[in-house]
Write a new protein. Structure first.
Length: 353
């Protein structure tokens, strides 16, 4: 969060300024967020999940369509696919980092496939060049779920700029937060008008309510001026916060790689993770969690692979790469709040084995 002395005056101005809902602060946040992270055509949303819903609709996903996706993600990535009436088709992941395996993605595409949803898991960029080539060759949309990956880059370009659509999350525990919130990025500017309507019941902002015409039912997904004001304040310090995530991640890459029984998640050449959380692989992940708990550090597998949930039972398929990744996975904290002494304590505890 920003410093109290920086945030509270501007927040008070909004709270008592007579305009709490979507307005100029939202539009200012959209412009500044886009400029700061090398994006174009950003729309603010009430959540990353809402942004993903509209991303799917903007890419033409309809009931009965198939969407190739990953099971190694937060559940909203895939419950949103179900909500639009589409079928999630789980492709396998690279057991070295948990990101989608392009070969597995290509093998799952059928004539019913409308889109690929790729998650940059834990802030480690997925292989975007390969996935973009597959999407173009097979005639399907590519949607980037960048909820974990603010500030990450692949091949020198920011995540969120390669897909036909991309979403970011500002939920409470992400790199930056607006308490809750999200953003949608669209590659095709001609889709912006409809996306703006979809986030506001299907109505166009700026048209008098007595004259507006709803042609397609939309949703209540707009960002508020209150959330945008928090976001604008965070943008003043977010670069430094992300830099600390990255510095901690690279420290762990160096210090943990040689410890027997442990390995670090692989990073492809040209990929620059933003290390939302640090991905460690262990021959005994339960033991890693116990060792770190002894020094007061929380470590866990974080997410349950989605296909384990009953709601996804009809879509289950063998995922040997994911099984291998999840068996060894343990996430450790590497956020801006992890100081030099903290990360040294973590490494020392893990070296004791």
């Amino acid at each position: 969060m920003p410093e109290r002395t920086d945030l509270m005056p501007v927040l008070e101005d909004v709270l008592y300024g007579g305009m709490l809902a979507e307005g100029e602060q939202v539009y200012a946040f959209e412009r500044r967020f886009a400029a700061q992270f090398g994006l174009r055509d950003v729309l603010g949303f009430s959540s990353g999940t809402g942004a993903l819903h509209v991303a799917l609709l903007s890419c033409g996903v309809e009931p009965g369509d198939e969407v190739v996706t990953t099971s190694m993600t937060a559940e909203p990535t895939n419950t949103t696919i179900i909500q639009v009436g589409a079928v999630p088709v789980f492709a396998d992941v690279d057991p070295a980092n948990g990101n989608l395996d392009p070969g597995a993605v290509d093998a799952t595409i059928t004539e019913r496939t409308r889109a690929i949803v790729v998650v940059h898991y834990a802030g480690y960029p997925a292989p975007l060049t390969a996935l973009r080539e597959i999407a173009d060759r097979r005639g399907v949309a590519l949607i980037e779920d960048c909820a974990h990956a603010l500030g990450a880059r692949d091949g020198g370009v920011p995540v969120g700029t390669v897909g036909d659509a991309a979403i970011f999350s500002f939920q409470a525990i992400k790199h930056m937060t607006t308490v809750d919130g999200g953003a949608l990025v669209l590659r095709d500017p001609s889709r912006l008008r409809d996306a703006r309507k979809l986030r506001w019941f299907g109505m166009e902002k700026g048209v008098p309510r007595t004259e507006v015409d709803i042609a397609r039912a939309g949703y209540k997904y707009n960002m508020t001026n209150v959330a945008a004001t928090i976001g604008l304040s965070q943008l003043d310090s977010i670069d430094a916060a992300i830099a600390r995530h990255i510095d901690n991640g690279r420290f762990f890459d160096r210090e943990l790689a040689g410890i027997p029984g442990l390995s670090v998640a692989s990073v492809a050449p040209g990929a620059e993770p933003s290390y939302w959380i640090y991905t460690l692989l262990s021959d005994d992940s339960d033991n890693v969690e116990r060792r770190l708990a002894e020094i007061g550090v929380a470590a866990s597998k974080l997410h349950r692979p989605n296909h384990f949930h009953s709601v996804f039972a009809p879509y289950r398929t063998p995922l040997p790469g994911l099984d291998a990744f999840y068996r060894r996975l343990v996430h450790i904290p590497c956020g801006w709040w992890v100081g030099d002494a903290d990360r040294e304590r973590i490494v020392t505890a893990l070296r004791k084995g």
